[in-house]
Design a protein around this ligand. Structure first.
Ligand SMILES: [Mn+2]
Length: 243
């Protein structure tokens, strides 16, 4: 029996070597041959383009290649940090890029997978920036810049948002946005990350059904959690860092 694994917000970065070690450990002990691994965005803390030749980018490409070569089926969604992940990266790693909202059956229920940033509709400044950053023309312009220039742009962007943080009240998913997605896609369950506020929420749909919303946790230096669908149930597994 194959399992589906759901993770998000690994935020791989040179500045977090312990999280990189935890990630490598998870790839060895987590998904088995025949399993499906769904990464719901922000695998990388920043992704400047599929031509990135930095050691971390190369290391992750290789480890994902090895994962898919031993028969783990890999699916990737974009996060707000790695929205520049493209088809070249997918081809190189054997992954499939999923649309920003993906519907599938999880433990017998119609379920939506999404990063979750699109649910934070009270953050008007972010939603406006998101629209621009995700547009085809903006991404084309960005790809024309050199790798060096893109790295500089990413660093500047990060510094600006660190200096001008979004109020906490605007950083969560809104119930309206959740209900809108569930109804639009006829689903009764949702799994997302992004907010770093792990929980299982309930939402009452207008037709009387109760939907569940699973919020994935970010990866820490010491541990991470993975939600696993064994075909019948969705359960949480904690991965500890062997370091
Ligand atoms: Mn995110």
């Amino acid at each position: 029996m194959s399992n589906k694994h759901f993770i998000s917000d690994v935020h791989l970065s040179d500045t977090r070597p312990d999280t990189i070690a935890l990630w490598q450990h998870y790839l060895r002990i987590g998904p088995q041959t025949g399993d499906q691994l769904y990464i719901l965005g922000d695998l990388f803390d920043v992704w400047v383009g599929d031509d990135d030749d930095a050691p971390l980018a190369c290391q992750v490409r290789t480890s994902l290649q090895q994962l898919t070569q031993r028969g783990v089926v890999l699916y990737l969604q974009h996060g707000n940090r790695d929205f520049m992940l493209g088809q070249r990266f997918a081809r190189q790693t054997g992954a499939t890029l999923l649309p920003e909202v993906h519907r599938l059956t999880v433990a017998g229920q119609p379920t939506l997978l999404l990063h979750g940033d699109q649910l934070c509709t009270n953050d008007h400044r972010y939603q406006a920036a998101r629209k621009r950053l995700r547009s085809r023309w903006f991404q084309c312009l960005l790809r024309l810049r050199s790798l060096h220039a893109r790295r500089r742009i990413a660093t500047d962007y990060r510094a600006r948002s660190d200096n001008n943080p979004t109020p906490l009240s605007q950083m969560d998913a809104t119930a309206d946005a959740v209900l809108d997605q569930l109804q639009r896609h006829h689903a009764t369950r949702m799994i997302h990350g992004h907010t770093h506020q792990p929980a299982v929420h309930q939402h009452h749909l207008p037709d009387g059904q109760v939907a569940q919303r699973y919020v994935l946790d970010e990866w820490h230096t010491t541990h991470a959690s993975v939600w696993i669908d064994d075909g019948h149930h969705l359960h949480r597994q904690i991965i500890g860092n062997p370091l």
